[in-house]
Design a protein around this ligand. Structure first.
Ligand SMILES: [Zn+2]
Length: 412
């Protein structure tokens, strides 16, 4: 028996304040439910949280008072529906935002992202990446600071996506291979200093771009509801992977898990910068596609866009179709190995892989089914990512996480 008083003993005299004290631990879970679209009404929130209606009401009211969500007490009832409709819950359209930044092989970009993964504002993308990470991160943070000034939004923190494994606990970009950055650059510390110098409040985070894409897709896109979600994607160069387990990124003992780019998918293939040969990284990225299609990459737009455009607009060209099939086969071989090792319940594909999957989903599913033990019956759904800018949205998720964990402490 616990010596604590039974909270129900408060009985009739219960005020909304004591209800909230009781529900304080539910604020974070409640916010996450609204943030991810899983609690569109107060009735669903009550059921999902497993609390009383009164507690759910107090929790929703407190999140509204913090400026995070909107509670619509008089939603229009559908014609002919019976009874009083439950209060509608949605993220506050004019609430706080996170500053999100992304650096990739062909440029960088800043955006403001609200709850619900909604991009509120974006700065024009820049197309050159200086060899000094401090210059690049200073520019991208300044672009974000300008967005905050023009929109007047409150900022909860900042997140950065980089095309490199990020080693923990120090936040070092270990292998920014397609940037001219030095290996092991302390990107999180530099980013945090730029954020502070720009007068932006809240904590600053940095992580690998495909990890962040997977997190964003799990919360708001093609990965919703998956328990063991595998994401494989090309950036503008190279191939990355990520695993979201029970809603959290699986990043390994020092942040370096799921380096899928160096799976061998073509033993006779081209040499890879890792020292091996025929890795997914050099056999299934936009550059590999352009080479397979016999196209000289042009300087005017990113390699990813050039490859995407060829598949979307020139699929009747036999060289383009042949290159598409070759890359699907290599990607499928890589996915088959991952399916056996990780036993995911869903696979989502981003970047050029999303376009390959859209071009011939049957071929891709057949390769995975033929070449894997657990994929044999076609039992693992393979879907394209659905969010635009999923790495940016994922970078914002990092900054939102302290608020999702404990809204009152993070915001007051
Ligand atoms: Zn390699």
């Amino acid at each position: 028996m616990s010596g604590k008083a039974d909270p129900r003993a408060a009985g009739e005299g219960t005020t909304s304040r004591t209800r909230l004290d009781r529900g304080r631990g539910a604020l974070g879970p409640a916010l996450e439910l609204v943030h991810t679209g899983r609690a569109p009404t107060r009735a669903v929130l009550t059921a999902e949280l497993g609390v009383t209606r009164a507690t759910a009401g107090a929790v929703a009211a407190e999140l509204e008072a913090l400026g995070l969500i909107r509670v619509d007490a008089r939603p229009g009832a559908a014609a002919g529906s019976q009874g009083r409709p439950s209060h509608r819950l949605s993220v506050a359209e004019d609430g706080p935002v996170a500053l999100a930044a992304q650096v990739h092989a062909d440029g960088f970009r800043a955006a403001l992202v609200g709850l619900g993964g909604r991009i509120v504002a974006t700065a024009p993308g820049c197309e050159t990446v200086d060899a000094d990470p401090a210059k690049v991160l200073g520019s991208v943070v300044e672009a974000g600071a300008e967005l905050l000034r023009t929109t007047g939004r409150r900022c909860v923190g900042a997140g950065l996506a980089v095309p490199s494994a990020v080693a923990e606990p120090d936040g070092l970009a270990l292998n920014p291979l397609h940037l001219a950055w030095p290996a092991g650059a302390p990107v999180r510390r530099i980013f945090a200093e730029c954020v502070r110098a720009a007068g932006i409040g809240g904590p600053a985070f940095a992580a690998n771009d495909v990890n962040l894409a997977a997190l964003a897709e799990h919360r708001h896109g093609a990965g919703r509801g998956a328990r063991d979600l595998l994401c494989v994607a090309t950036g503008h160069r190279g191939v990355g992977g990520a695993l979201v387990l029970d809603g959290r990124l699986h990043s390994g003992s020092s942040g370096l898990a799921l380096e899928v780019g160096h799976l061998t998918v073509n033993p006779e293939g081209r040499p890879c910068h890792c020292g091996s040969r025929g890795c997914l990284d050099v056999e299934a990225d936009p550059m590999a596609f352009l080479t397979a299609a016999g196209r000289e990459p042009g300087p005017e737009v990113s390699l990813l866009k050039q490859a995407d455009d060829l598949i979307r607009h020139h699929y009747d060209d036999t060289a383009v179709r042949g290159a598409t099939e070759a890359l699907i086969d290599r990607l499928g071989l890589g996915l088959a190995g991952l399916v056996n090792i990780l036993n995911p319940d869903r696979i989502i594909l981003g970047g050029l892989h999303r376009t390959l999957c859209d071009a011939d989903p049957q071929r891709l599913r057949a390769v995975v089914a033929d070449r894997s033990l657990w994929g044999q019956s076609g039992g693992v759904p393979i879907l394209p990512c659905t969010l635009d800018h999923n790495s940016l949205v994922g970078a914002a998720e990092l900054a939102w996480q302290p608020v999702l964990d404990d809204p009152l402490t993070a915001l007051t």
